[in-house]
Design a binder for this molecule. Structure first.
Ligand code: MRU
Length: 350
């Protein structure tokens, strides 16, 4: 089964983005339609669509939606306003900015040569933008398959792994990054088991990863984040694989809050810790993880998660959505071009 996390419905000028609303899972598998750029922004901000590659794809389509029906005089200005607006939705996953930059490059290569003033020219540019968004989307499918394939080098029959958050089909075009390694292992007949961290506070592990693994009949057991160290201590874990939102030039990796603690625990127990991510998740402009912007989210996600108050009114809350795992705790980074190991700036070259 493959999940259409995002799809384009209709033509270039009148089409819209359809996404699975991930806030409703696992209770409802329901799609919503984003017909204007504000609804794309809102879907990214509220995590209806989430996961680094998926928000990059959503933003690329959002840039098409944002300039549909814009006249030639306003087109260029509007295009850059839409790019800036979508860039403000979430700060940490670099794939969002990478996709927007790709759309800008495509725009810049066609705008001046294509536009002499007529509305037909604008349609040509819109076509180009749509084809770039489509390309970003389709490329991601192939990238995820390659990550799944390369990941087979680190997983063998009978292994038990932990994963954190959701780096599956829902976080990408389909198939995922970290989960792609498990999906491919199962397709090859390897008998594996996965512990899914529930992933406080928004429970991507419980709601999405457990659901995706069960959809594919992979043996999954849900645990609270705080239980991982104990399982490692009991000798029950062979490895950890997580996704990433941004990887600095030295391999320091931002991923969902809790990843850093998991990596330290794995390190202490001598358990290999892997990151699975496409090349588009690397930000080589940053020498190390210290420069990665960390999103802080609303206190209610911790105090009032899913509608029930679980902390006193008025309590101070700190809610960073991501943390940065130092490269020294990461045994390898599984990309669509192979596994980077050891993880250091000499080996991170594209
Ligand atoms: O806040 P989220 O749910 O968007 O966080 C997602 C993660 O941290 C994922 O692990 C990461 O984006 C990789 S998805 C292939």
């Amino acid at each position: 089964m493959s999940i259409e996390t995002l799809s384009w419905v209709g033509g270039v000028t009148d089409g819209f983005l359809r996404i699975i609303d991930q806030t409703l899972l696992p209770l409802e598998l329901c799609a919503i339609d984003c017909r204007n750029v504000e609804s794309v922004w809102e879907a990214i901000k509220r995590l209806r669509v989430r996961g680094a590659p998926a928000i990059g794809i959503a933003a690329a389509y959002g840039m098409v939606i944002g300039v549909q029906n814009t006249g030639v005089n306003l087109f260029e200005r509007r295009f850059y306003d839409v790019a800036q607006y979508l860039s403000s939705s979430r700060p940490t996953a670099v794939n969002l900015f990478w996709a927007i930059d790709r759309m800008k490059s495509r725009f810049e290569s066609v705008w001046s040569s294509s536009v002499s003033g007529g509305s037909g020219d604008v349609l040509r540019v819109l076509d180009e933008l749509f084809s770039e968004a489509r390309k970003i989307h389709e490329e991601d499918r192939a990238i995820c398959r390659a990550i799944g394939e390369y990941g087979q080098a680190i997983i063998k029959n009978g292994d038990t792994f932990i994963t954190h958050c959701n780096a599956g089909g829902l976080a990408t075009a389909d198939y995922g990054t970290a989960l792609a390694v498990f999906f491919r292992a199962a397709e090859l007949g390897k008998r594996i088991m996965v512990y899914a961290d529930e992933t406080r506070p928004l429970l991507q592990g419980a709601r999405l990863t457990a659901w995706e693994l069960m959809q594919r009949d992979i043996n999954v057991t849900l645990i609270c984040d705080s239980m991982a160290a104990m399982l490692m201590g009991q000798g029950k874990i062979d490895g950890v694989i997580v996704g990433a939102d941004r990887i600095a030039a030295n391999g320091d990796t931002a991923n969902k809050i809790g990843t850093y603690g998991l990596a330290v625990s794995a390190y202490v127990h001598g358990i290999p810790f892997y990151v699975a991510a496409p090349v588009s998740t690397f930000d080589l402009a940053l020498a190390d993880g210290g420069g990665i912007p960390i999103e802080e989210r609303d206190a209610d996600e911790i105090c009032c998660g899913f509608g029930k108050r679980t902390a006193p009114e008025g309590v101070a809350v700190y809610n960073p959505a991501f943390d940065v795992t130092p490269a020294k705790y990461i045994n390898g980074i599984i990309t669509e071009r192979g596994i980077i190991t050891p993880v250091n700036k000499e080996n991170i070259k594209f």
